[in-house]
Design a binder for this molecule. Sequence first.
Ligand code: ZN
Length: 256
Amino acid sequence: MIPRLVILGFAAVLTIVEVIKPLRARQHEPKSRRARRNLAVAGLAATAVQLIEQPVVMPLARLAERRRWGLVHALGLPPWLATMVALVALDYTLYLWHVLVHRSPVLWRFHAVHHADLDLDASTAVRFHFGELALSVPWRAAQIALIGVGPRTLALWQSATLLSVLFHHSNIRLPRAAERLLGYFLVTPSMHGIHHSMDDADMNANWSSGLSVWDRMHGTLRTDVPQDQIRIGVAGHDDPHDVTLPDILVEPFRSS
Ligand SMILES: [Zn+2]
């Protein structure tokens, strides 16, 4: 598990660099207004995680370890390799979950709240509707049971994924060589910026959340869209008055 202070410090550094070296300079809403809204959504999401997700997944992970359930135990790997395989398998199945939340109309209603931010920065990384997190619990439980994830590995993956998600949502411009080198292994801010485009072809690309290999493997990687040409958000919801805090919290429950 990565200490909370390290995660908060990382988010603070990203937020400072976003001001000094922005990747997309043009902003559609004031950053402070978006940050307040995104943190409010995140507060509800964190409550859902503490009340619904953690009470299910942590006991399940302890049970999976004790009963030696899942892939890593079936393979009979040494502990260090079992941890590595579990982390990679968790990351891949998160890629599949991300595709699913875009493809399933019900799940998309909730995931669209994350995408409806009109600009993209580190605060968007924690903007997930509490309903999306609640609906992800059965998937997370299946990941733990089928892969055989113990509580320590689960906690490590949760915090590593949070660091990765903060990083690739951030609006920071990396030096070109760093962007290219990192992009071979990890999802970068410019890759994920393309996924947040209103354009369908761009949005249906770059689904990975940690390692970028999954998009390469499935042919869903796009790197050829200039960042200043991307219109961030969800088509049809491009007016800031449509994406206020009450709007986005209620939107998934509205009958269409
Ligand atoms: Zn998405």
